[in-house]
Ligand binder design. Structure first.
Ligand code: FES
Length: 126
C-alpha cells in the first residue's frame, strides 16, 4: 500500500526534534483525524531556511510527509518554502494512498504556520 520512499521516511524520519531557539514555530492539527504536527524553523538574515525540525503525533503518512517536507524546504528561502504543496510532497514520496492524502496537508500547513510565526515575530521586532 505504501511506496518504498514512504516506508523509508516513516522508518527513518529526517529532521525529527526540536529547535530551542527557532525563528518560527508552527503547530497544526488535522481536523480529519486529530493528529498534530509541530514544525521549527531556523531562518537567516537572507530569509533562507538553514535548519528545520519537526515532531508529529500522527500516522505513518504524516510522519513520512513531514520528513520529506523538511528535506524539501531546507536551504530554500521562505518564499520558496511557501510554495510547497502537499501534492508536491506526496509526489516526491512516489504517491500516497488516496485515503491518506489528507495526512500530507499537515506538513504543508505546519510549514506555512511556522513561516507566519516567523513573520509575526519580525514585524514585532521592527
Ligand atoms: Fe492523521 Fe494521517 S491519519 S495525519
Amino acid at each position: 500500500m505504501y511506496s518504498d520512499k514512504v516506508m523509508d521516511h516513516f522508518e527513518h524520519p529526517r529532521n525529527v526534534g526540536v529547535i530551542e531557539d527557532a525563528d518560527g514555530v508552527g503547530t497544526v492539527g488535522n481536523p480529519v483525524c486529530g493528529d498534530v504536527m509541530k514544525m521549527y524553523l531556523k531562518i537567516d538574515d537572507n530569509e533562507v531556511i538553514t535548519d528545520v525540525k519537526f515532531k508529529t503525533f500522527g500516522c505513518a503518512s504524516a510522519i513520512a510527509t513531514s520528513s520529506m517536507a523538511t528535506e524539501m524546504i531546507k536551504g530554500k528561502t521562505v518564499d520558496e518554502a511557501l510554495e510547497l504543496t502537499n501534492k508536491a510532497v506526496a509526489e516526491a514520496l512516489d504517491g500516497l494512498p488516496p485515503v491518506k492524502m489528507h495526512c500530507s496537508v499537515l506538513a504543508e500547513e505546519a510549514v506555512k504556520a511556522a513561516i507566519e510565526d516567523y513573520r509575526d515575530k519580525k514585524l514585532k521586532e521592527n
